[in-house]
Design a protein around this ligand. Structure first.
Ligand SMILES: C[S@@+](CC[C@H](N)C(=O)[O-])C[C@H]1O[C@@H](n2cnc3c(N)ncnc32)[C@H](O)[C@@H]1O
Length: 180
């Protein structure tokens, strides 16, 4: 898919994508600057979309690390599979709330999310929070990008430590919530 087809797909499914544009390079760099990739062997991305964050993760992760990318849009999944054919990158066309089925009892060192939590029904959203917490290593980080500072208060029910950052270098300006 070319850039304009990706944007059309994003826009046509705004109720599940929750965005009118993909994350800027600057936002991705800032988000990933909070993640420690050294020794992170299992990495999970929630909401792969066009692959803008996926690409940033792959550029930073160790060669022997594994990346699981969850994405519910079939066209986005097909595109991600073509763009990232590496053996250690698994594009999973399923909801993030089923992450436990794919992690097979293992824990993630990093969970990086751009899911539009404010649009996800409460029950599914809580499942994603609960499973992210229980499948994250003790010293692991869950990092979320979002457009509302208020989302931070939902994370407070699941994570002990929460910090936030902000960038104007995205449309719209975005928050980064760093939880562990
Ligand atoms: C705001 S877009 C972000 C796309 C891209 N990662 C970026 O940063 O620009 C959110 C993505 O999450 C996907 N998504 C929404 N709900 C999901 C769910 N329950 N599980 C997995 N992916 C989901 C959407 O299809 C969309 O591609």
């Amino acid at each position: 898919m070319n850039k304009s087809s990706l944007i059309k797909e994003l826009f046509a499914n705004i109720k599940t994508t929750g965005a009118v544009t993909f994350s800027s390079k600057s936002l991705v760099n800032k988000m990933l600057s909070f993640a420690d990739f050294e020794g992170a062997k299992i990495i999970v991305e929630l909401g792969g979309g066009d692959g803008s964050i996926t690409r940033g993760i792959i550029n930073r992760m160790d060669e022997d690390s594994i990346l699981l990318v969850f994405e519910i849009s079939k066209p986005f999944c097909e595109n991600l599979k073509k763009e990232f054919p590496q053996d250690n990158v698994h594009i999973i066309c399923d909801s993030a709330e089923n992450m436990d089925q794919y992690l097979e009892g293992k824990s993630a060192d990093l969970i990086l999310s751009s899911l539009p939590f404010s649009l996800i029904p409460k029950e599914s959203r809580n499942e994603i929070y609960k499973k992210s917490r229980s499948h994250l290593n003790q010293n692991g980080y869950f990092i979320q990008i979002c457009y509302s500072y208020l989302l931070k208060f939902q994370f407070a029910n699941y994570f002990q430590s929460i910090r936030t950052a902000f960038t104007l270098k995205n449309f719209p300006p975005a928050f980064i919530i760093i939880c562990n």
